[in-house]
Design a protein around this ligand. Sequence first.
Ligand SMILES: Nc1nc2c(ncn2[C@@H]2O[C@H](COP(=O)(O)OP(=O)(O)OP(=O)(O)O)[C@@H](O)[C@H]2O)c(=O)[nH]1
Ligand SMILES: [Mg+2]
Length: 199
Amino acid sequence: MAQILENVRFIKAVRQETELPQDGLPEIVLAGRSNVGKSSLVNALAGQRLSRVSQTPGKTQQILYFKVGSAFYLTDLPGYGYTKAKEARKSFTSFVDRYFSLDRPIQAVALLLDLRLLPSEQDLQMLSYLADRALPAIIILTKGDKLSRSQRLQQTRLITEQLRESGFEPEKSDIFVISNRSGEGIAALTAWIRRCLCP
Ligand SMILES: Nc1nc2c(ncn2[C@@H]2O[C@H](COP(=O)(O)OP(=O)(O)OP(=O)(O)O)[C@@H](O)[C@H]2O)c(=O)[nH]1
Ligand SMILES: [Mg+2]
């Protein structure tokens, strides 16, 4: 079994609801604060540079659709949390929030969190939105390469505790530690995605 997803192609960048794909294919949605590594994860899963990555937070301003074979979409959402102007931040966040109320064929949402940071208010908000809408969620802790092995374990424990305190009940298998740089955890995530789509 391949360690990455095969035959991933960029399909389109969407700014408004009228442009959303309507072919009913299931979606695995990548969500999380700006700069956490969503676009990098698309590239790591695909084994090629398909999605634009940047040092500047707020790079992805549209909803990007990547088709995997003819089976499903990987959906790269704009990140939240970094837009400077308050008003812009509001409308931006509500656009992303609204996405989950659109009755899309969402198979699962992967919420990406930076392994080095504790979850933000918006991260926790996002998780409760997902829980309210009964959308299956997994947690992906990114940038594992930036910490030592023992720091990784400690941070994973801290983050898990905080998520639990906020009402999220993570099963062990629902949390992945990855590095888009070293490739750590990408094969495990690929396997999870395959299982999720063909249980
Ligand atoms: N060391 C390390 N850097 C990473 C990793 N993943 C992403 N980065 C870096 O983090 C920065 C942001 O990555 P992106 O993939 O653009 O983040 P994003 O979540 O798509 O950001 P927005 O599009 O702004 O929402 C880039 O400089 C990446 O190279 C990782 O696993 N390890
Ligand atoms: Mg991005």
